[in-house]
Design a protein around this ligand. Structure first.
Ligand code: F3S
Length: 643
């Protein structure tokens, strides 16, 4: 039986495990990317590994998320990222150069390579034939240090595209159709692999629109083959030398197969507040629209904006609509400026924003109260746009542009006689002067750390484990309880010592103070402790406060993994009733902890205050056990790097 393209690339990068569905496999990462919102922490983690230069083939630090500089915090982060990148062999893409995923496909992506990015839309790189996966900052830091990345071997779903899209129906409508069929959970544990005659008619930026929004399916990633279309794109980007032809085998065995006939598709829209609430535009046509935003890593390409410019040329935006456009990259903006399309957009009444994420991440352009906003972006969760009462509809650039003229949600098919065909340029304008190459003399580079940049907390090798119970909480404690992330705390994501002052404060305001006074200790929790997000800070803040172990009735999976990464023991009561016997300030000890952790799944804990003995479970893999003994993932990578 032949191999899928996914299997071929994973096989070529396999470091540990076997390509058996559901098994854990370790793969080598060729490229990494970070954006500023997650990057600051990723680079602090990388620095903590004491590795001089990144060990990837190419690592790039982008600034695209938090571009507003209303205080010193974001600017401090940008300066830190720029200098840390310069010192450690990382390319730096300046603010204004564009959105990480778009620029990465244009200037750095290489077919057949693996890319790990600290942003959930990293799968955009699948448009150019990469296995591109979004991950936490620590995973990306580890990959930069040459560490293996572990995933569960995914199932591979084949989506065969047949036929050709009609004018005014676009790549966005293809991925909305996939979301309509599979839902936001339909891709979990899967890679979506696109094949079929229909892909020949899709350019790389259009393929990237589809793989980008594959993230909304919950998929590990999505991928297109690398074919003559990819070759033409790379040639036009003056990067023909990185092209490799990559196809699945003819007899590849897929776990599922879906067929989409492109010529039958029509313009689609995702209704508030989920990307899979998809309907035909004609079914919702007539809905009054207040704001329209075009751009983002999903639809900010040259082709997207040229089509918009053609629709708007010589016309005027509806008086009650505010239209904002953020080009995906400096390259796109330059080309629009040079060929006059930018003038057409401005003349029609569009507001042009800088090349960055902007409104997609709620950085400006929050809609009015109860407003309807039509966006070409990938997410429409309640409140993400900055206004909780607003309703965000997700559409293609063509639907957005036509609706900007009418003031109501309008199917672009109504403009059927307008010619909006845009050819892929033979050559893109290539000017990488906003990409700073790594220093040739890194030893002379000083990393600039503004007051908001504090060292990453690092655990020590596990020797002893004793201390007081500093807090006892109930069931279903979320990562939001453990490390609140409100607007006033967000700018301090690179300042764990400051954030730690708010750790578990929603449960007990005095906890951080008590932990500092006691020089650390333990946390006791109920069922499902740490549910919610994958927020690393929910493990880093307790680490900063000296927490050595968390003993609960059960853990949420991602938080448990983050505790292990931080070298904090995640222990579960064998007898849940033992929970009742523990009180705050009880003195606990895990005797001979090193020996117990190294060899056993059941550990003994002594409650010295109550003169009781408990049995707790430590359910971890061998790899995780090693991490715990060394005091966390970073220490483990440091050790591996020395070998
Ligand atoms: Fe930026 Fe929005 Fe994409 S925040 S990376 S444009 S999903």
């Amino acid at each position: 039986m032949g191999l899928t393209l996914t299997e071929k690339i994973l096989k070529a990068h396999l470091v540990e495990g076997e390509l058996i569905r559901g098994n854990e496999i370790g793969i080598r990462i060729d490229q990494t990317l970070t954006q500023d919102s997650t990057g600051t922490m990723a680079y602090l983690q990388f620095e903590a590994m004491d590795i001089d230069t990144v060990r990837t083939k190419c690592s790039v630090a982008y600034i695209d998320h938090n571009m507003l500089q209303q205080g010193f915090e974001n600017a401090d982060d940008h300066k830190y990222i720029q200098t840390v990148a310069y010192k450690h062999g990382i390319y730096f893409s300046k603010p204004g150069n564009g959105i990480c995923h778009q620029v990465h496909v244009e200037r750095f992506g290489i077919p057949g390579q693996t890319l790990l990015g600290s942003d959930s839309h990293t799968p955009t790189g699948g448009g150019i034939g990469m296995i591109a996966i979004g991950a936490g900052g620590l995973d990306v830091a580890v990959a930069m240090g040459g560490g293996t990345y572990y995933i569960t071997m995914p199932h591979v779903v084949n989506i065969e595209l047949t036929g050709k899209l009609r004018p005014f129906v676009s790549a966005k409508d293809i991925i909305l159709e996939v979301l309509r069929r599979l839902s936001v959970k339909g891709g979990v544990g899967k890679v979506i692999e696109y094949t079929g005659e229909g892909i020949k008619h899709l350019t790389v930026p259009e393929r990237a629109t589809i793989t980008n929004m594959g993230a909304e399916l919950g998929a590990t990633t999505s991928i297109f083959p690398s074919d003559e279309v990819t070759e033409r794109f790379l040639k036009a980007q003056d990067r023909a030398e990185v092209f490799t032809k990559l196809m699945p085998d003819n007899d590849a065995a897929y776990d599922e197969k879906i067929v989409i006939h492109l010529d039958e598709l029509e313009p689609l829209v995702a209704l508030p507040h989920s990307p899979d609430l998809v309907k035909a535009v004609k079914e919702v046509a007539g809905q009054k629209v207040d704001q329209i935003a075009i751009g983002s890593c999903t639809n900010g390409s040259y082709l997207d904006l040229m089509r918009v410019a053609k629709i708007l040329k010589g016309k005027t935006i509806h008086p009650e609509v505010s239209l904002v456009i953020s080009p995906g990259s400096k390259q796109v903006l330059t080309m629009l400026a040079q060929n006059g399309a930018l003038a057409d957009l401005v003349a029609a009444g569009a507001r042009i924003l800088e090349s960055g994420c902007g409104p997609c991440i709620g950085m400006g352009q929050a809609p009015a109260t109860d407003a309807v906003s039509l966006r070409t972006f990938n997410r429409n969760f309640k409140g993400r746009c900055g206004t909780t009462s607003a309703s965000v509809y997700l559409v293609s650039p063509e639907t957005a542009a036509v609706s900007a003229l009418t003031g109501v949600l309008t199917s672009p098919l109504e403009n059927g006689d307008l010619d909006i065909a845009v050819e892929m340029p033979q050559t893109f304008v290539v000017n990488d002067n906003m990409v700073i190459k790594p220093s040739e003399h890194p030893e002379t580079v000083e990393v600039v750390r503004g007051p908001n940049i504090k060292p990453f907390p690092l655990n020590t090798v596990l020797e002893t484990c004793e201390g007081k119970v500093l807090i006892k909480v109930g069931d279903n404690i979320t990562t939001d309880h453990i490390m609140p992330s409100n607007a006033s705390l967000l700018p301090f994501r690179s300042n764990v010592p400051y954030l730690a002052n708010f750790c578990l404060a929603p449960c007990d305001l005095e906890f951080p103070k008590r932990a500092i006074e006691q020089g650390g200790g333990m946390i006791v929790g109920g069922d499902n402790y740490g549910q919610g997000s994958s927020r690393e800070h929910a493990a880093l803040a307790p680490l900063q406060l000296g927490i050595k172990a968390v003993i609960t009735k059960s853990f949420a999976r991602m938080h448990k993994a983050n505790l292990i990464n931080s070298g904090i023991l995640p222990l579960v009561f064998e007898n849940p009733k033992d929970y009742e016997t523990i009180e705050v300030m009880d003195e606990l000890e895990i005797p001979e902890v090193k020996k117990q952790v190294a060899g056993k799944e059941r550990l003994t804990v002594i409650n010295k205050t109550k003169n009781l003995t408990y049995t707790v479970k430590l359910e971890v893999s061998d790899r995780e056990r090693k991490m715990l003994l060394l005091g966390g993932k970073i220490n483990r990578i440091k050790e591996l790097a020395k070998r």
